[in-house]
Write a protein that binds this ligand. Structure first.
Ligand SMILES: Cc1cc2nc3c(=O)[nH]c(=O)nc-3n(C[C@H](O)[C@H](O)[C@H](O)COP(=O)(O)OP(=O)(O)OC[C@H]3O[C@@H](n4cnc5c(N)ncnc54)[C@H](O)[C@@H]3O)c2cc1C
Length: 399
């Protein structure tokens, strides 16, 4: 069979190699001058190419599409992925959180084994953007260099974020032409905009062991760990995770718990002890023992108590206000950063229109969608790349 694969990212490279090995005549198109431009920057250049865990555990880390992906993940699990990459000659290591990386810490090694070993039988057509796809009896694929007929077409064009890597949402356009519905693409794993004036003075401050508390359409989300302030908002691991769950919400409220290990009562006891020892000092000085300096500088203003007030003048009500502020420091959510900043795109081709056993369109036979172009997304940790490998495998095995 003559097959056109559009997009030489993770899913496109993987499906192309599998199909070529099975004897198909595969043409892999990418608009870039080289394959795997996004793969190259994954895992901060180290490529966290899978997460070694059970399928059940994996699915807990999938934000959208877990039911759809189950069959593909059973067909090609993270352990299958490790075994396969090893057979291609890639040495790997598994780090904290079951995250697998190439032993060399170089994403280029993952790309090399995919391009040279896995895709050796594939016609790789670089610098060749697919401009249109139509279907009469066959599919007709048009690029600047050709107008050619194919038996089947596989769309692997990725999402809509990090456009500089080539994923600019072209796959949605192709899908729409064939009658597919697109769940609105939104950023996921991205920073959050905050509109409080104090944000500017906190830029660059990082917080450890805090809890980001979010109420999203009346649902509570609490994530514990690290975050940091940016020029326009907040970022860091717990913020990126939160972003995945709020990008489709109508109402979002956020607060930081600076002391998640202490109950309000325990914190109040601690304040009483601190106040007893510092009766003649001002509030600002005592707060510096509880918070990073830059945060202490804005804290009392934000909760409405004069920072120069002497501790012996602080009333019981004001002490309560401080406790509430430390446990529930409200920040004003103003949306997510631009979609281009999303480590993944949430949204994409509607999963109801795709057969999860084959990845084939239910609307157009011979047309397939793999990887991030689908309405699937997961948390950080190697899950998104495994989705690319598993959907590719699921497709190839049914050809
Ligand atoms: C900074 C960053 C770090 C990340 N780190 C990790 C990580 O460590 N682990 C992890 O699991 N996930 C990570 N991800 C997510 C992961 O990279 C993606 O989910 C994955 O690459 C998606 O694979 P894909 O095949 O669907 O699309 P992509 O890898 O984005 O590939 C799409 C390809 O299609 C091509 N294309 C688009 N339109 C056309 C057209 N019209 N004609 C021809 N070619 C076209 C593009 O040029 C591109 O090469 C990271 C993402 C980013 C941005």
């Amino acid at each position: 069979m003559k097959v056109a694969v559009v997009g030489a990212g993770a899913s496109g490279l993987f499906v192309s190699g599998l199909l070529a090995k099975a004897g198909h005549n595969v043409f892999l198109f990418d608009k870039n001058e080289k394959v795997g431009k996004k793969l190259f920057i994954t895992g901060k250049g180290r490529c966290n190419f899978t997460n070694v865990c059970s399928v059940d555990e994996f699915l807990k880390n999938v934000v959208n599409g877990s039911k759809f992906l189950k069959s593909a993940l059973y067909s090609f699990s993270s352990q299958d992925c490790l075994n396969y990459f090893e057979s291609l000659g890639l040495e790997y290591k598994v780090e904290r959180g079951n995250r697998a990386f190439p032993q060399s810490d170089k994403s280029s090694d993952v790309i090399k084994v995919l391009q040279n070993n896995h895709c050796s039988g594939v016609n790789i057509c670089l610098d060749e953007e697919v401009l249109s796809i139509s279907k009469k009896e066959d599919f007709i694929v048009v690029t600047k260099k050709r107008k050619e007929n194919f038996d089947r077409v596989i769309i692997c064009t990725g999402g809509k974020s990090y456009k500089s890597t080539g994923s600019d949402g072209a796959g949605y356009k192709f899908a729409k032409i064939f009658g597919h519905n697109i769940v609105e693409p939104r950023p996921a794993l991205c920073p959050v905009l905050i509109k409080d004036g104090f944000i500017k003075s906190l830029q660059g401050v990082s917080l450890k062991n805090v809890e980001l508390k979010t109420i999203c359409d009346e649902k509570k989300l609490n994530f514990f760990g690290e975050m940091l302030f940016t020029d326009r908002g907040i970022s860091g691991p717990i913020v990126l995770t939160t972003s995945c769950y709020i990008n489709r919400a109508k109402s979002v409220k956020m607060a930081i718990d600076f002391k998640p290990a202490l109950s309000e009562k325990q914190l109040d006891d601690r304040l009483l002890r601190d106040f007893e020892q510092n009766k003649n000092k001002d509030l600002k000085t005592v707060l510096k023992g509880l918070l990073p300096k830059a945060v202490a500088d804005v804290f009392s203003g934000a909760i409405g108590i004069d920072e120069n007030k002497k501790i012996h003048d602080i009333t019981k009500q004001e002490r309560e206000k401080i406790v509430i502020g430390l446990k529930n420091f409200a920040i004003s959510y103003a949306g997510l950063y631009d979609i281009d900043t999303g480590i993944v795109t949430s949204g994409g081709v509607n999963l109801n229109e795709i057969n999860p056993k084959t990845m084939e369109s239910r609307l157009v036979s011979g047309l397939y969608f793999l990887g991030e172009v689908l309405d699937v997304d997961a948390l950080t940790g190697g899950f998104n790349l495994q989705i690319a490998w598993s959907t590719a495998y699921q497709c190839a095995k049914m050809f």
